[in-house]
Design a protein around this ligand. Structure first.
Ligand SMILES: Cc1ncc(COP(=O)(O)O)c(C=O)c1O
Length: 402
């Protein structure tokens, strides 16, 4: 019989369940007891998929699009994506510089496996989306975390510089940011771009939330600001968030053709092509355009963000990251750690998240999932009544900790 305490490969020590999934299962356990729980922990819109995506997916099913496509996707989709990127970024991308992937997640993992050698260091601004360091470690790389909590959740070049060594090979940039909701402005991206250029670093530029920005903010892409960086940047994007199709698994990477060529070989031996049906849907929606969906989503998120900021503004002595994009409100609650709720000690951010689940019946993601022992991420992309109800309870529980 296999002794499972040492049966798994050593690399699995690097992989723990995502913070979001453990909150989900705890929330489900409460629901099973008949308790209504607001799920602020999900990284997705609760909207139905965009009408265009649905229509083209149904057409693909009825058109019997059942077969493999080339590993990196249908040529017509790669062409459309290359055209779209060229127009949007003002820098020409050819179809063989674009790979269609099973969501942005695969684009990121492909990139880490292709570009990192054992011991290569990767700068990751924190708080970070937890998949970044895990994938980098699985690829043999070493995540080097650069704190941004003292600089408004925006990485400072001086801090990046201080983390640089002769093994630094890559930097990961994610804007609009998960978990903070911060959108990097033009001058910040130019400065970081210049830093990466000077030190010959790969840039992984994750702009999955690029179409979800709040009023008064604009999403910028580092390649469109500094076109010379195209040769050292992998742009990663996805249909998941912008079209509310997180389950359909279709995203893409764009970068130098040697890197994309390596993705062809890698993806050909791992997943093969992303779902053919999802590719047809993505292609169809790009052909037609579907701006009204995004407009509806952003208008909704604008109102939700306002409600969320107002309620959270009534919590004393915490700080809140500026909610500029994506659909996350990020709280820093250091003042509550070490405090007590009804005599019960709250020592850690995980204990606080558990308290909010038990007492406010609200599932949030603790900052331990983002490399921040004092943060809480709340998604405001939930139904409005649930948003208000859950946040009022969160406010009351946080204010009752002393
Ligand atoms: C920053 C970031 N990048 C990538 C992804 C993965 O997106 P996809 O569903 O396209 O794999 C997520 C999902 O939450 C994310 O937050």
């Amino acid at each position: 019989m296999i002794e499972f305490s040492n049966a798994l490969a050593e690399r699995m020590r690097l992989v723990t369940a995502p913070g979001t999934s453990s909150m989900r299962s705890k929330a489900n356990a409460l629901r099973a007891q008949g308790i209504e729980v607001v799920n602020f922990a999900a990284g997705e819109l609760f909207f139905d998929a965009s009408e265009g995506m649905r229509r083209h997916a149904v057409a693909a099913v009825n058109g019997r699009r059942n077969r493999y496509t080339p590993p990196l996707g249908m040529p017509e989709l790669r062409e459309r994506l290359a055209e779209h990127l060229s127009l949007r970024l003002g820098v020409r991308y050819a179809p063989d510089e674009v790979a269609v992937t099973c969501g942005a997640k695969q684009a990121l993992f492909n990139t880490a496996l292709i570009l990192l050698n054992p011991g290569d260091e990767v700068l990751i601004p924190a708080p970070y989306w937890e998949t970044f360091p895990t994938q980098i470690q699985l690829a043999g790389g070493v995540p080097v975390i650069v704190d941004t909590t003292r600089s408004g959740f925006r990485p400072r070049v001086e801090d990046l510089h201080a983390a640089l060594t002769d093994r630094t090979r890559m930097i990961v940039l994610n804007t609009p940011n998960n978990p903070t909701g911060v959108v990097y402005d033009e001058s910040l991206l130019r400065d970081i771009g210049e830093f990466a250029r000077r030190h010959g670093l790969w840039i992984v530029f994750d702009e999955c939330y690029g179409e979800l920005v709040r009023e008064g903010h604009v999403h910028h892409n580092v390649v469109s600001l500094c076109p010379e960086l195209k040769a050292q940047t992998i742009v990663v994007n996805s249909f998941s968030k912008s079209h509310a199709v997180t389950g359909w698994r279709v995203g893409y990477a764009a970068g130098p053709r040697q890197v994309i060529g390596a993705m062809h070989n890698l993806q050909g031996h791992t997943t093969s092509n992303p779902s053919t049906l999802s590719q047809y849907a993505a292609h169809g929606v790009m052909e037609d355009g579907d701006p009204s969906f995004l407009h509806t989503v952003n208008t909704f998120l604008e109102d939700q963000a306002r409600i969320a900021r107002e309620i959270v503004g009534e919590v004393r002595s915490i700080s809140v990251a500026p909610a500029e994009g994506a659909f996350y409100l990020y709280l820093r609650v250091a003042s509550r750690l070490g405090g007590r709720y009804g005599g019960r000690p709250i020592e850690t951010i995980d204990a606080l998240a558990e308290l909010l689940l038990g007492e406010a019946h609200s599932a949030v993601v603790p900052g331990s999932a983002f490399g921040d022992p004092c943060g809480l991420r709340i998604s405001y992309a939930v139904e409005t009544s649930a948003l208000t109800q859950g946040l009022l309870k969160i406010r009351d529980v946080l204010n009752a900790i002393d």
